[in-house]
Design a protein around this ligand. Structure first.
Ligand code: ATP
Length: 224
């Protein structure tokens, strides 16, 4: 994104934000609650309109992508599922809408280790299972870019371990992976480097090293 600014009325949620996300690694997007992470990701995905600046995926605005589902997969915080549908039916419906062969539903369920629960109603899923299903939805089109908003929310330690391995494998395949969180320890497990924002502004970009927490807290305090 370049000089991205997005406001809600008088609240400037994202302010003159410029950063890029390289392929082949997991990039964390870190900042305190309300820093503007979700708004940045929603703007990138064309769900919120910016006041100014650009947010491009593979050189195009999301709305201009010829085949968005096969270009970018997203997990957003408020992903909604029809509670009465099974995981498989949910994914098959997405396949039909995106003209993806429905056999992909089973493949991605396997990929996120949900095959055993494939035919259970999503309404009975735990938060962690919903997160896996959201990730499965994002993977349907086998996209080169993944944008994940707080995907570790609700996962137990084993789930976070699994997610970390999965995201690293996706990045090792050459994909671009951007994953937001306000929990530093989560990102220090999952990401290679983190882009830090505070109050809508880019603060810094940090490699994930053992002293990440200290450097991050120093940066946040210095900005206040
Ligand atoms: N739909 C909206 N209408 C009005 N204000 C909004 C809306 N969405 C976000 N905001 C405001 O924009 C600012 C940034 O919010 P955002 O959700 O992007 O932060 P965040 O970094 O994702 O926070 P969190 O870690 O708590 O999810 C906040 O002040 C928030 O209140």
């Amino acid at each position: 994104m370049t000089a991205l600014t997005t406001s809600f009325g008088r609240v400037r949620a994202v302010s003159d934000l410029t950063f890029d996300v390289p392929a082949g690694r997991v990039t964390g997007f870190l900042g305190p609650n309300g820093a503007g992470k979700t708004t940045t990701l929603r703007t990138l995905l064309g769900l919120v309109r910016q006041d100014s600046g650009t947010a491009l995926i593979d050189g195009s605005r999301y709305v201009d992508l010829p085949d968005p589902v096969r270009t970018v997969g997203a997990v957003l915080e408020s992903t909604a599922f029809h509670p009465g549908h099974s995981a498989r039916v949910h994914l098959e419906a997405l396949c039909l809408a995106a003209r993806i062969p429905t056999r992909r539903a089973g493949e991605v369920l396997d990929e996120v280790s949900l095959l055993d629960a494939a035919d259970r109603r999503v309404g009975g899923f735990s938060l962690g299972m919903r997160q896996r299903l959201a990730l499965a939805s994002a993977l349907l089109g086998d996209p080169a870019v993944l944008v994940l908003d707080e995907p570790a929310n609700g996962l137990d330690p084993e789930g976070i371990h699994w997610l970390r391995g999965h995201l690293r494998a996706l990045a090792a395949d050459g994909r671009t992976v951007l994953v937001s969180s306000h929990v530093l320890t989560e990102l220090s497990l999952m990401a290679d480097e983190v882009v830090v924002i505070n109050d809508g502004h880019l603060l810094t970009r940090l490699p994930v090293t053992p002293d990440l927490e200290r450097v991050y807290l120093d940066a946040i305090r210095a900005a206040r």
